[in-house]
Design a protein around this ligand. Structure first.
Ligand code: PEP
Ligand code: MN
Length: 334
């Protein structure tokens, strides 16, 4: 259920409704909007009696939400959510660029990429310390050592750092060193991890599962939000299809489709979405053209020596060109 407050409802009236929801054993999610506050109700197993709320002071209406996703939906919050990552904003019309190596390999490697990212004017640095690899024998990241390097990158270059957590215990570590928790494609339906991220103070970058429908993706975000963390950025990173010309099929139609039903920002990962260096820049341009809130790419000083995902990684020169091009496209459509 969704309770829409009157325009100009007082904080006291909002608190009164929250109290009424909690006294029934449910959870209240107040979402202040541009003109009025809406309060989402979760935790109810069956239908809640609308009559409980309709006559409370300050309430405009109580609405049953029939869609499976509730807190992620525009019904609850018509305005786009702007996610705050340590003071840097994602969403609301700006163009976010998240760039960095697939994995943190050494301090030297991370610093040289961070310098290129900073020079380009991007605010976000990515890099895995815990890598989910298909093979158990592949490089799985430097672990906490990698997180320490990320914290140094933040300190030295003033970038916000985004890194993946694989399970509940790595969320604890990521919280210690980073600015944003990435939940990877393979973990999009790891429900205990989603709930743990929902209890974090850090914003979450939620990648689309490699075979997830839009509804499953939004329900994964719903898991995070239902625990009280409303700071989520969705990331389209391609889905598995029969295509053999690319690693995944980047589903750019997902961007307007998500935007139509959800208030959450959505970005496009042109690296994992293609798997091929020569496709990354064209698809990053396309992502911006379909009005994604940002793009993610992988960058390395020597992609052919990268310990993971070299084939989809940009050199510094390629990265610099790409940034110029996507900014020009963003100017045109903004
Ligand atoms: C990544 O961004 O490093 C990654 C592993 O991506 P995905 O979860 O989309 O495969
Ligand atoms: Mn990668």
């Amino acid at each position: 259920m969704l309770i829409v407050m009157n325009v100009g409802a007082t904080q006291r009236e909002i608190d009164g409704v929250v109290c009424a929801i909690e006294s029934l054993g449910f959870r209240a999610h107040p979402m202040p909007g541009a003109s009025r506050t809406a309060i989402g109700v979760t935790g109810n197993q069956g239908a809640v009696d609308i009559g409980h709320f309709e006559n409370l002071p300050g309430v405009a209406e109580a609405v049953r939400v029939t869609k499976p996703y509730k807190l992620t939906s525009r019904d609850l919050r018509p305005e786009p959510t702007i996610v705050d990552v340590g003071g840097a904003k994602i969403g609301g019309g700006s163009l976010t660029i998240i760039a960095g190596p697939c994995a943190i390999e050494s301090r030297e490697q991370a610093f040289s990429v961070a310098e290129a990212v900073q020079r380009s004017g991007a605010q976000f640095f990515r890099g895995g310390a815990f890598k989910p690899r298909t093979s158990p024998y592949a490089f799985a990241g430097l672990g906490e050592e990698g997180l320490k390097i990320l914290a140094e990158v933040r300190e030295k270059f003033g970038l916000r750092v985004v890194t993946e957590a694989l399970d509940e215990s790595t969320v604890d570590l990521v919280e210690k060193y980073a600015d944003m928790i990435q939940i990877g494609s393979r973990n999009m339906q790891n429900f205990t991890l989603l709930r743990r991220a929902g209890r974090s103070r850090l914003p979450v970058l939620l990648k689309r599962g490699m075979a997830a429908t839009l509804e499953e993706w939004l329900l994964a975000a719903e898991y995070v939000m239902s625990e009280g963390n409303y700071q989520i950025v969705l990331c389209e990173r391609g889905v598995r299809t029969f295509a053999q010309h690319s690693r995944n099929t980047l589903d750019l139609a997902a961007v307007p489709a998500v935007r139509r039903i959800s208030h959450l920002p959505v970005i496009v990962d042109a690296a994992h979405g293609t798997g091929r260096n020569y496709m990354v820049t064209p698809l990053a341009r396309a992502g911006v053209a379909v009005a994604a809130d940002g793009i993610m790419v992988e960058v390395h000083p020597r992609p052919d020596e990268a310990l993971s995902d070299g084939a989809q990684t940009l050199t510094f020169d390629e990265y610099e060109q790409m940034v110029k091009q996507v900014r020009a496209i963003h100017e045109v459509i903004a």
